[in-house]
Design a protein around this ligand. Sequence first.
Ligand SMILES: [Zn+2]
Length: 310
Amino acid sequence: MHGRHALALDIGATKLAVALVGADGGIVRIDRTPTLRDDGPEAVLERLLALAERVRGETVVAAAGIACGGPLDPRGGVLLGPLHLPGWDHVEIVRLVEQRFGVPAVLVNDASAGAWGEYRAGAAAGAASTVYLTVSSGLGGGAVLDGRLLTGATGNGGELGHVCVRPGGRRCSCGRRGCAEAYVAGTQLVARAREAIAIGRPSALAHVDPLEAAAVAHLAGSDDLARELWADALDCLGQLVADLVNVLEPEVVVLDGGLTNRPDLIDAVRRAVGADAIAPIRRVVRIERAALAGTAPAVGAGLLALERAA
Ligand SMILES: [Zn+2]
C-alpha cells in the first residue's frame, strides 16, 4: 500500500469506530463496535485499541487521530469527563494510543474533527469557511474559518449546539437552559415525547418501542405530539443556523447525522437562513448534507493527525 496512512479512532456514546485513512481523506478500511459504556473506561478502551489493531492490520501508519466529545484537553491528550461518557474523568488517551502503536497521536473534539473532514474531503471541499452541525443523539458543532479549524483557547470551543435559542427553556445536557441541543438532539426529542406521554398526552408515539427520534420525525405528518416536537426542533435548528451564518459567514453549512436525511429538515434550515440571515451573507451561503456518510469525524481526525505529524 502506497502513501501515508493514519489510524482514526472515533469514541462515540453508542459506537466505537476505527478507520484507516489515506492522505487524500479516503477510507481504506473502517470497522465499528458498540461502545457499551456501562462496561467502564478500562474495558471500553481495551476494546477500542483491539479494534484499532485489527483495522491497522499489516499497514504501516504514520500517525493516529482520536475524535471524542468534550470536554477534553487536546494539548495534554486527556479526556476530561466527556458528557457522553460518564466516569471517564481523566483518561490519558493520547499516551495510551501512542504506547500501543508507536506513532504520534492527536486528540480533537469529534464534531470539530467532523468539520475538518467535510472541509478537506467532503461537502465543504473547496470552501474557505464552513460550519458543521451533526444532529444525532446530541447536537455537535464545529467550524473552519478562513482555512483554520476553530478550537478556542483550550480546544473546547466550537460547541455550537450549546447556543441558547430559548432563554429559560428546557434543561440541556450541559446543565444550562434553552440550548439548541435541548430541542434538536435525538435523545431530547425522545425525552420530550416520553414526558408528554407520561402526563397523559395521547400520541401514537406511546406505542413505538423502542422509541427513537426518527419515529418522532416520521410521525410528524400524522400525530399531533410528534408534529409539535419536530416543528420545535426544526425551528430551533433553523434559528441556530441563521445566527451562526450571520456571525461567521461560511460559504457552506454542512448538516450531518441520521436525522438530517429528512428532506423537511434541510428545507426548514434553508428557509430560516433565507428569512433571518443578513442579505449579503444569505446570498453566499449554501446549506448542504454531509458527503462522508457519517465518517467525517474519523476522516477529519485522521487528516489532522497526518498534517501534524508531517
Ligand atoms: Zn447546553
